[in-house]
Design a protein around this ligand. Structure first.
Ligand SMILES: Cc1cc2nc3c(=O)[nH]c(=O)nc-3n(C[C@H](O)[C@H](O)[C@H](O)COP(=O)(O)OP(=O)(O)OC[C@H]3O[C@@H](n4cnc5c(N)ncnc54)[C@H](O)[C@@H]3O)c2cc1C
Length: 450
């Protein structure tokens, strides 16, 4: 007779994309999951998010891809342009991604994605508690050997495993690593603008229509900043994300602040593509904030093997590669596979060791990729920028290309990655007693005995 699956209690601090995706995966694996979110309302502010194939293939494996597609746009192409508007290189996305990576490249409104994850987590049996802020994590308690989450209202939640999914300003990371504030000004402002697509179509300007129809991604790169646009299905919005290097001191707050479109027009004025500026002119307001940066957490797991970091709490990175949330989904996939295979609670420290050792090399490389893209896109006007643009115009994509989505080396590294398969392979290695850094708990039976 087969034994029932092992079921442990998991408290996830933070109901963002990382926390909710992990709640889905762990509930599917039979664990009792509670998500603790400090905000009284679930649903992220902000507009769009791009979902590359390494992310969508996890949705596919968990039977969520059709629902995600129903909420998403399927961009046909990704075009890199000079900030003046000249087309430098176009990559076919729709055909390439499906045929090469067996999963699509999508764009979706964050609110829709959040709702899909929250609804699925609930269906899978996870409990989500809103308006509960975690203030501390401790270990000592009468007879309880696991960690305890202490909430702002004084309630104590006992769990076998605590996951810090509390974002780039992670309080869990501060406790785990005994760190103070680790966030720095990245030197850039981010602007988020949305324009109803119908307003663009009402202009009868073919130049503008071509940026909207068919669905596509456009990226303009310029000396001090860049601009990204793509369509969103929700409310038929045209999503615009702008990045602009600021002077010595940032003028923008850390939280998004509403500013007038005149301010944006001033920043993206000198020499920018007239079509792009016409679209900016159609918005009434936009938000702006200071982009922060931090280093990847040097450790993701506590000394006892009972508390771990996931998502931005472990590895926030700039948005240039559009992979931050995708990496969080990969974290969720890896943890879900490992915790589904675990047969004894005593294996938990080994599971978390394997999780961290699978994830850190990929995340470190992605962070470097992100920095490289930023550098290539912000080359000052001059001979190096002219040569970059000539190569983009005259060659098919080269390794190291500024059109990073078309880079023949980087593209398969980013998109063919399968977090679920990597975790399965790691677990097999562990079961053979060959996984470095583990404590030999592969020998344990379901009841924890040898
Ligand atoms: C401009 C921009 C564009 C981006 N575009 C893309 C993209 O196209 N594709 C992509 O993959 N990624 C993108 N990213 C990155 C992506 O947004 C993040 O990586 C992702 O949202 C991180 O999710 P998270 O759940 O780890 O953190 P968050 O989304 O920050 O969630 C953390 C949650 O924890 C809660 N919390 C915090 N502290 C506590 C506490 N003490 N108690 C309880 N709850 C708490 C917060 O309220 C929040 O809900 C972009 C980022 C930016 C800035």
């Amino acid at each position: 007779m087969s034994s029932p699956p092992l079921s442990i209690s998991v408290a996830i601090i933070g109901g963002g994309l990382a926390g909710l995706m992990t709640a889905i995966g762990l509930s599917r694996a039979g664990h009792q999951v509670t998500v603790l979110e400090k905000s009284p309302v679930l649903g992220q502010i902000g507009a769009g998010i791009k979902m590359p194939p390494n992310a969508t293939k996890i949705f596919k494996a968990w039977g969520l891809l059709e629902q995600l597609k129903g909420l998403s746009e399927l961009p046909e192409s990704a075009t890199l342009r000079s900030y003046r508007g000249e087309e430098l290189m176009r990559l076919d996305l729709r055909e390439t991604m499906e045929s090469k990576y067996d999963s699509p490249f999508l764009s979706v409104h964050r609110v829709d994605l959040h709702h899909l994850l929250a609804k699925t987590a609930e269906i899978e049996g996870a409990q989500t508690r809103l308006g509960v802020e975690t203030l501390n994590i401790s270990y000592d308690s009468d007879g309880h050997s696991g960690p305890i989450v202490e909430l702002a209202d004084g309630e104590h939640i006992h769990a076998d495993l605590v996951l810090g999914a509390d974002g780039e300003r992670s309080f869990t990371r501060g406790i785990l690593l005994n760190e103070g504030n680790i966030l720095r000004d990245s030197g850039e402002h981010v602007y988020r603008v949305t324009v109803p697509i119908q307003e663009i179509l009402d202009t009868a300007d073919q130049g503008l229509h071509q940026l909207v129809n068919p669905p596509q991604i456009n990226l303009w790169i310029g000396p001090g900043g860049n601009a990204l646009t793509y369509r969103l299905k929700r409310e038929q919005l045209f999503n615009i994300v702008l990045m602009q290097q600021h002077g010595r001191e940032s003028e923008a707050p850390l939280a998004p602040q509403i500013i007038s479109k005149n301010l944006v027009a001033q920043e993206f004025d000198k020499g920018w593509d007239p079509n792009f500026r016409k679209i900016l002119d159609l918005t009434s307001t936009c938000t702006r904030w200071t982009l922060l940066e931090s280093d990847i957490a040097p450790h993701w797991v506590d000394g006892k093997g009972q508390v771990a970091l996931i998502g931005d709490a472990a590895h926030a990175m700039g948005p240039y590669a559009g992979q931050g949330a995708a990496l969080a989904f990969e974290d969720a996939a890896v943890l879900s596979v490992l915790l589904a295979r675990m047969t004894s609670l005593k294996q938990l420290p080994d599971v978390l060791t394997i999780y961290e050792s699978i994830r850190t090399p990929r995340v470190r490389k992605m962070k470097q990729v992100t920095k490289d893209i930023r550098k290539k896109h912000s080359i000052p006007t001059g001979p190096r920028q002219e040569e970059r643009d000539r190569q983009l115009r005259e060659h098919s994509p080269l390794p190291g290309s500024a059109h990073f989505l078309a880079d023949p080396v980087l593209q398969p590294w980013m998109f063919s990655y399968n977090a679920l398969e990597e975790a399965e392979e790691a677990w097999s290695t562990f079961l053979r007693g060959e996984y470095p850094g583990t404590c030999g708990t592969w020998k344990l039976g379901r009841d924890g005995s040898l």
